[in-house]
Design a protein around this ligand. Structure first.
Ligand SMILES: [Zn+2]
Length: 238
């Protein structure tokens, strides 16, 4: 049991007290000893220990070992990294871990957050179990779901380690600007002066398209796939 997992559970409002005891037991097994670590491990032998006692000894154990509580964002980020590595190392059922990663998005309630990638996979797996097609991940099937999740875990570690901006998924790559840009869905100007005039006087409806908000180019690529997102990582900061 690692602190990363405990902080993740705590920040997501889940039960983490049994995990604190297992963490203390693991510390002792690894030869890391401190009075509160021993007290915490001892509670595990005592049957159904009081949660306030666990909390008390856990806080003191952290102090004795010089550990500090991370802020919420970095705590969840470390929890996500931990889960992704568990998937890759085949130490946790991929679908179960994907659900746990999707919980971070449920907690954040943010559709543009990178954690929403996991939410979309979990939703698609539910659709597949019902006999429907995957909606967001068209190449996901019940047969390939484990390798699909493993690929996403490797990709997700890259995203986390590159500290992508909070709105990363809503950005696009503009070929003209050669950078990550916001896009707009807006009316296009007429193809010639006559068309332009007809649009202006209301005799013709303009065409609409998604364009780069900086230069107006229509040559923009959305970040829908692992490959598109990994190509975009090289343009971060430009
Ligand atoms: Zn542009």
């Amino acid at each position: 049991m690692t602190l990363d997992e405990i902080w993740g559970l705590k920040f997501l409002g889940k039960s983490y007290h049994d995990e604190c005891i297992r963490w203390a037991e693991d510390q002792l097994c690894a030869g890391i000893d401190a009075p509160s670590v021993r007290n915490l491990a001892r509670l595990g032998v005592a049957g159904r220990p009081d949660r306030s006692k666990i909390e008390h000894f856990f806080v003191h154990a952290l102090q004795e070992l010089g550990e500090s509580r991370p802020d919420r964002d970095s705590g969840l980020r470390r929890y996500a990294l931990f889960l992704c590595h568990q998937i890759i190392d085949r130490r946790r059922d991929p679908e179960q871990a994907a659900n746990q990663l999707a919980d971070i998005n449920r907690y954040e309630c943010d559709n543009a957050s990178i954690y929403s990638l996991w939410h979309r996979v979990v939703e698609d797996i539910h659709l597949l179990y019902r006999g429907d097609y995957a909606y967001e991940n068209s190449d996901l099937t019940l047969k390939n779901k484990n390798s699909f999740i493993e690929k996403l875990a490797r990709h997700f570690i890259l995203l986390l380690n590159n500290n992508v901006p909070g709105d990363f998924l809503s950005l696009s790559v503009c070929k003209s600007c050669q950078k990550l840009v916001r896009t707009q869905y807006r009316p296009l100007s007429g193809e010639n002066p006559l068309q332009e005039l007809l649009i202006k006087v209301g005799l013709k409806q303009p065409k609409y398209a998604t364009v780069c908000a900086s230069c107006g180019s229509r040559d923009v690529t959305h970040l829908y796939s692992n490959e598109q997102r990994e190509n975009a990582l090289a343009l971060l900061g430009k």
